[in-house]
Design a protein around this ligand. Sequence first.
Ligand SMILES: C[S@@+](CC[C@H](N)C(=O)[O-])C[C@H]1O[C@@H](n2cnc3c(N)ncnc32)[C@H](O)[C@@H]1O
Length: 221
Amino acid sequence: MIQPLRIATPEGERGLATTAAPLPLDALVPGSGAWEVEIGFGKGRYLLRRCREEPGGRFLGIELASEYWGMFVERARRHRLSNWIALRGDALALLASTVPRGFAAAVHVYFPDPWPKSRHHKRRLFDPETVDLVLSLLAPGGRLLFATDFLEYGALVQEILESYPGLEVTRRDRPWDDGARTNYEAKYLVEGRPILRLEVTRTPGAAPLHPRGARGVLAAV
Ligand SMILES: C[S@@+](CC[C@H](N)C(=O)[O-])C[C@H]1O[C@@H](n2cnc3c(N)ncnc32)[C@H](O)[C@@H]1O
């Protein structure tokens, strides 16, 4: 069942229309701290950790699954965290409609669903048709952090990002310095499953424009 879009903040929650004006992020979480975004945050382990360890930072999470979204919201409230926004819904729909562009110092995407069947590739967050929507979140100099255990998809994501102007892409050859970030990563590390991690920086001053992206979804023209 498709759930309606929803937004939760420390102040409360409400429904959200895809036709709404861009979210006034700075009004929703006042302050001057840098914004970070996590897409598909699952049970929220990393997002909660970041909210707690950087009380001056501001965090926007996007999650499709109601149960996980609700779990994060409940925990963030229980810990009296005041620096977060949680959106429930399809990230691509939200990025194409209500999420502003060019504001994030960091975007985190860990173990996104790989959608292995080719007819489902358009649902991927990182596909030539959709990559602009994710990258357009980044402020100049902003960083994208990505990990997957689906190595074939990871290699494709790396190729897509390397063909994108204005990005520096590095494949990390070791775990993150701060250890396992998410539940999936913790589980796969214990299992010894190979993980492909990418660190990407949007070069300051470069205008992002994917050479192969469909004009209909291009976020940067
Ligand atoms: C494999 S899980 C990984 C969860 C978490 N990132 C981790 O590493 O533990 C993928 C997550 O992405 C969410 N997801 C899948 N498609 C999504 C979409 N289109 N928009 C937002 N979240 C999505 C799923 O609900 C799920 O929580």
